[in-house]
Design a protein around this ligand. Sequence first.
Ligand code: GLC
Length: 529
Amino acid sequence: MSSEAEWWKRGIVYQVYPRSFQDTDGDGVGDLRGIRQRLDHVVSLGVDAIWISPIFPSPMKDFGYDIADYCGIEPLFGTMADFDALLAAAKERGLKLVLDLVPNHTSDQHPWFLESRSSRDNPKRDWYIWRDPAPDGGPPTNWLSEFGGSGWEYDEATGQYYYHAFLASQPDLNWRNPEVREAIYDSMRFWLDKGVDGFRVDVMWHLVKDDQFRDNPPNPNPPAGGNPANRLLTTYSADRPEVHEVVREMRAVMDAYPERVLIGEIWLPSERLVAYYGEDLKGAHLPFNFQLITSAWDARQIRDLVEEYERALPKGGWPNWVLGNHDRSRIASRVGPRQARVAAMLLLTLRGTPTLYYGDELGMMDVPIPPDRVQDPFEKNVPGLGLGRDPCRTPMQWDDSPNAGFAAEGVEPWLPLAEDWKTNNVAAQSRDPGSVLSLYRDLIALRREEPALSLGDYQDVTALGTLLVYSRTHAGRTILVVLNLGAERHEVALPDGGGDVLLSTGGHARGSACLAPCPWVRRKGCSSP
Ligand code: GLC
C-alpha cells in the first residue's frame, strides 16, 4: 500500500449530529454556524473528515431523515450561505465534509410525494411504491415498518397503500423508476459541485424491493426484547440483488469528481455486507461495518469477527469500523467507562477507516430521558423497549458555562444534558492528560504518525481469556496491540520484553491496554524498522 493512499483510507471520520453539537441562535437546537464555531475541536482531535447527519429542509418527524427538499438547507440549521461558510471553513482547516444522503424515502411533505398521492394518474404516482389492497382489504404484503406496525399506509383518497420502511411520514421512493434515480443523482451532483467530499448513504440496503411483492418469511431466531419488526426476516423488502446496480450508478456519479467517498449505511452480516463493495470494487468505497456495535464485548468473539471480516473482504476492498452513531446506545454505556478506553484503542488500531461519534471522545454516556422530554418517534411508536435513540443524542458538553456551552443561558436544549456536564466536558478533559479526550487525541496522533496503524497489515496474535492481542505491520515496522477486555488485571509476558510501550489507556504504561513496538513479531516475519 503506498503512502499515496486515498484520504478516506488513511483518514478518520467524525460524525456530527447537527441538532446536538452547538446552538448559536438560541432555539436549543444545534446549527451550521455552531458546527463552524466548533471546528477547532474537530481539528484538535486530529480527525480528517466530518460527516454531518441531514441538514436539509424537513418536517423533522425523524429529525432530518425525512427530507422535503434535497437541495436546500433546513432553516432550523441556517441558510445556504451558512453551509457555504462551513464548507469553506472546513476546507481551510484541511477537513473533509461528508453529507448524509437519504435516497430510500422522502418526507410525505416532499413536493414529489404530494404530487404522487394527488391522483392515481399523476405523472409522479410511480415515483413511490403504491399497491392495491390485498383481497381482504388489508395491506398488500406483511412487510413491517422498522419503527413499529405495518410498513403500508392506506390512502383513502386514491384507495391504495403506499410502502414506508420507517415512519408513515417517510414514504419509500420507487428505485425501479429511472426518473427517481436521475432526480437523486442530480441532487448528489448539486452538492458535489459545491465541493462536498462525499456522502454517507442512509439505509443503502433498503433501496430496492421485491418486484413480485412476496411476503417476508418469519424470523426463526428473533433476538429477545429487540425491535418488534425483527419477528420477520426482510428477505423481500431489503437487500435485493438489483440494489447493486443502483449502488454502481451512485458510484459512477461520484467517480465523475476526484477524491470523493461513497459510504453506505448497511446493517447486514459480513458475507452480505461485502457485496456492497460492488463488482470490481465499483460499489460503495466503505460499506459501514457495524460489528463493534453489535458484538458482545468478548475478546474471542471480537477476534473471530475481525478475522471473518478480513477474510470476507473482496481483494482490494478497504475495511472500516464504527464504534457508535446516533441510532445506538453509546459505547461508554454499552461497555462501561473503563472499557470505553479500550474500545477507543481497538477502533483506532484495527485495520480500516474508523468512524467515531461526537461525544464518545469524552466518554459521554446515554442520558436517561424523562417521559415528557421524549423526542424520538421510534420510542414513541414502540415505547418502553429501550429502543429510543434520544439517550445517545444529547447535547455536546463543551465547558462548565450554562448549558455546557451548547446553548446560551436560559435556553432549554432540545434534549436534556447529561448530569455530569459541569465536570465532564471538553474544557475540563483538555486540562487532564489522563482523560478519555487526551487518550483519543494521543491515539489519533499516533495513528497519524505510524503508517503501521493506518495502512499496515493486520495479524492476529492471540485471544486468550479477556485478552485480545494483534499486530499491525507496515514497511518493516510492527506495532503490537494488547487489549484487556475484562475487569481483572493481567500480567502479559511479551517475548523479549515486548519493546517500549507507545501508549496505554490508563495513563501511560500502566493501564489495561497498550500499544508496543514488537521485536517478537518483527523477528518472526518482518525486517527491522
Ligand atoms: C437510518 C438513520 C436513522 C433513521 C433511519 C430512517 O438508519 O441512521 O436515524 O431514522 O435511517 O431514515
